[in-house]
Design a protein. Structure first.
Length: 244
């Protein structure tokens, strides 16, 4: 029996767990970081919580006889991805990074790509009304920024938030019409988001295009050098099952 660990928490991780559940010679454990209070759980065995860094993950892989690891975490979970790369190298277990494709600007988009949340904060006009859709982590990068912020997240931020604005707790998917209405009602001037990719929250970009609003797009960090990667669930399934 082939034992596979999925580092999950994303729709791609859930889809992969579902697909691998149909593989007769594969046993899957999905691991969630535990940062969302009511996560959507994948099928099969699930563990919640961290491993204790590279050392803890390497020990867990060895102790649980894991044959392959798929990192299907959020595209901005760079610490987990880095730990996975280091731990799998240490115990000689193959790693595949499953990442949804990035969003790409098209005609009518007014995107400015920035390297970090701090760069996004520095680029904001002083009097801007900002839709901040970066999740609850990293909101403190904007704590000293002028302007007004509508901070949308699934769970309340646990760090300092900008002085002026409000927190909106909501979980996607969102429709384009709803996003347009939200931006109009709150007189939004600029949208700040991370290049997470995927269809679940892309409506905000369509809405910004429709309204002619600029978007500050935070770029992803690169996948660790030497790590195999794919955006295709079928390819990831075949790899994890040992058929590729």
């Amino acid at each position: 029996m082939r034992r596979v660990l999925i580092l999950g928490g994303t729709s791609e991780g859930r889809a992969l767990a579902t697909a691998l559940a149909e593989e007769p010679d594969v046993t899957v454990v999905s691991s969630l970081a535990g940062r969302v209070r009511n996560p959507r759980l994948p099928v099969g065995e699930v563990r919640v919580g961290g491993f204790g860094g590279v050392d803890g993950l390497a020990d867990w892989l060895r102790d649980n006889d894991i044959d392959a690891v798929v990192d299907a975490t959020h595209p901005f979970a760079s610490r987990i991805t880095g730990n996975a790369a280091a731990a799998t190298r240490r115990v000689d277990v193959p790693l595949l990074v499953l990442r949804r494709s990035e969003w790409v600007a098209g005609p009518g988009d007014r995107w400015t790509t920035v390297a970090s949340l701090q760069d996004a904060a520095a680029a904001l006009p002083a009097d801007a009304r900002v839709l901040l859709t970066i999740g609850r982590q990293g909101v403190d990068a904007f704590v000293d920024s002028p302007g007004w912020f509508l901070i949308r997240a699934i769970d309340p931020p646990t760090v300092a938030v900008p002085q002026h604005g409000e927190v909106l707790l909501a979980r996607g998917p969102f429709t384009v019409d709803d996003e347009v209405a939200l931006m109009r009602e709150n007189r939004i001037d600029v949208v700040v988001t991370k290049n997470s990719g995927g269809a679940l929250t892309s409506a905000k970009l369509d809405a910004a295009r429709r309204l002619g609003l600029p978007v500050a797009m935070v770029a992803r960090t690169p996948i660790p050098e030497g790590a195999a990667s794919t955006a295709d669930i079928d390819e990831a399934t075949a790899w994890a099952a040992g058929r590729a």
